[in-house]
Design a protein around this ligand. Sequence first.
Ligand SMILES: [Zn+2]
Length: 288
Amino acid sequence: MKFNVLGLFLLLSAAILAPALPAHAAEKKGACDGIPVVENRILPSERESEQKKEATEETEAPAYHKLYPDLYVTPAADHDPVDSKVIYLTFDDGPFAMTDSYLELLGKHGVTATFFVIGRNDAASRARMKRIAGAGHTLAPHSYTHDYGKVYASVDDFLHDFKKISDLVYSITGQKPAIFRFPGGSVNIYNKKVCRLIIDEMLRRGYTYYDWSISAADTAKNATAATTEENVLRKLDRTAHKIVLMHEGKKHTLSALDSLIKTLKEGGYTFAGITAKTKPVCLPLPAK
Ligand SMILES: [Zn+2]
């Protein structure tokens, strides 16, 4: 009986104290589940040391600033003015075997585009990347693994991945890439918690990232050549800076391209690959 009364007292005390406790104290409670945690409070000495730690952390640079000292570039001093008659076609997620057909089609029309590539490091993929760059297109990093869970686990993890894809592109072009596209775009459902930190870090290192202003939505479940073409044409008039998101390795995208390029040319548009001088298009950041 005596034990039960004591137990009840402890439980009530914990229940009364719990809502007022800071988050990390609540974590301690989670670590000893099932036990009424009367010690679940922060001692004055503990709080003081925590406050000191936080204050130091605020003034000190994050450790990831020291990762990969060679992963710095000089951004363009200024950007070219936006020309609403220029279209920047971009193809993500390659190279694939189908890359050759994309290159053939673009070559036939004399169109220059941008390929944001992933970490395919076999001889055939490297040869395709060489052909992309050799044909005058922009070859730029997208992601090595394109595994959102890994890439966006932390700023460090993002840098590990970026270093690998940056090195791969460098080994193909002989030039250090200074522009890139985030996997899934700069702001997506996988990176909301870390996107600001990652963006800040990449900008601090001099890199410029490009999202898109027009999506062909060619990875949508029911995408066809017709929807791919329509999605681009529909948004043309209301978009001044035309960076078009498309993907590699898709038959319907390839089919759409021939007709799309013809239509765009008839409309007086020209095409260009993105360079560091191209004004970026960035998705809005989530609210803080
Ligand atoms: Zn992608």
